[in-house]
Design a protein around this ligand. Structure first.
Ligand code: NAD
Length: 289
């Protein structure tokens, strides 16, 4: 049996750590970190995420604000809110919930966020800081993925890490983090030849593709750590839908040394790491180590 890496429990530990850090910051510096979330439109999944983010931010002892705009909001209106939040000293973290409506240039909106308040870590300045190894705000899902991998092996140094997927949100930043952990990193993607063989060389596999159960058991090296970032909704036997990852869990679990389930693996880590980033943003803005 592999080690099943319990993302739900580990996310709860991260949130407890954040709540302690917040209490300490308030006591030592009178600094209460605050996160502002901008939600445009009525996307049901986005509404749930934003509600969860707000509740968990408050539960960790921080300030939380939600700015809701209708789907018809103009880009100028969204940019004006972002600018206002950039200039508000009580706001340490700003998150614009994606996706934005099609008539809005999402890149322009994200790049308007003050890099020091960019708790998603998507701003080009933060991407650059991450790759050159400076202190920065790192995208949340990649951070969560590496925390989970380190629960299976506290040192990842020297491992062959294969990241499948090269998105700016997951694949590329997780590769940067694994390089920092002294892994030998391969980034595989839709044009990779013989993906099966590339994955077979992985001591640590991060699957971030968005194709349900693409990675099969016979792709996985015996004993490997498998971190499945994929969240895919597929039809289930009872006529409803269920969530599956990018790895075929039952097959991969027979071969892996450690594996994350879906749901209950990487998913819960994302908001926990967002809370951590909000504290980090507040500290960076005040010059606190
Ligand atoms: P994306 O669509 O932006 O990128 C997918 C990547 O997979 C691309 O870089 C592409 O090159 C690669 N790819 C596509 N087809 C491939 C193939 N056949 N073989 C190899 N590589 C292929 O997706 P994303 O935003 O990076 O998300 C990936 C998955 O992670 C999705 O299932 C998404 O739902 C999930 N996700 C989960 C969280 C979370 O847990 N909180 C957060 C973000 C994304």
């Amino acid at each position: 049996m592999p080690q099943i890496i319990d993302g739900k429990a580990i996310a709860a530990e991260v949130r407890e750590g954040v709540a302690k850090d917040v209490a300490a910051l308030i006591a030592s510096h009178g600094l209460k970190p605050g996160l502002a979330v901008v939600l445009v439109g009525e996307d049901p999944a986005s509404k749930v995420y934003v509600k969860n983010k707000g509740e968990q931010t408050v539960a960790a002892g921080m300030n939380s604000w939600e700015h809701k705009l209708p789907a018809t909001a103009t880009e100028a209106e969204i940019l004006a809110i972002v600018q206002k939040l950039n200039n508000d000293p009580a706001v340490h973290g700003i998150l614009v919930q994606l996706p934005l409506p099609k008539h809005v240039n999402a890149e322009r909106v994200l790049n308007t966020i003050d890099p020091n308040k960019d708790v998603d870590g998507f701003h080009p300045v933060n991407v650059g800081r991450l790759w050159i190894g400076e202190r920065t705000l790192v995208p949340c899902t990649p951070t969560g993925s590496v925390i989970l991998a380190k629960k299976a092996a506290p040192s990842l140094a020297g491992m062959n890490a294969v990241v499948v997927g090269r998105s700016n949100i997951v694949g590329k930043p997780v590769a940067a983090l694994l390089l920092k952990e002294n892994c030998t990193v391969t980034i595989a993607h839709s044009r990779t030849r013989n993906l099966h063989d590339v994955v077979k060389g992985a001591d640590l596999l991060i699957a971030a593709v968005g194709i349900p159960e693409m990675v099969r058991g016979d792709w996985v090296k015996p004993g490997a750590i498998v971190i499945d970032v994929g969240i895919n909704r597929v039809p289930s036997a009872n006529g409803k839908t269920k969530l599956v990852g990018d790895c075929n869990y039952d097959e991969c679990a027979k071969v892996a040394g450690a594996i994350t389930p879906v749901p209950g693996g990487v998913g819960p880590m994302t908001i926990a790491c967002l809370l951590q980033n909000t504290v980090e943003a507040a500290k960076m803005q005040k010059g606190i180590k």
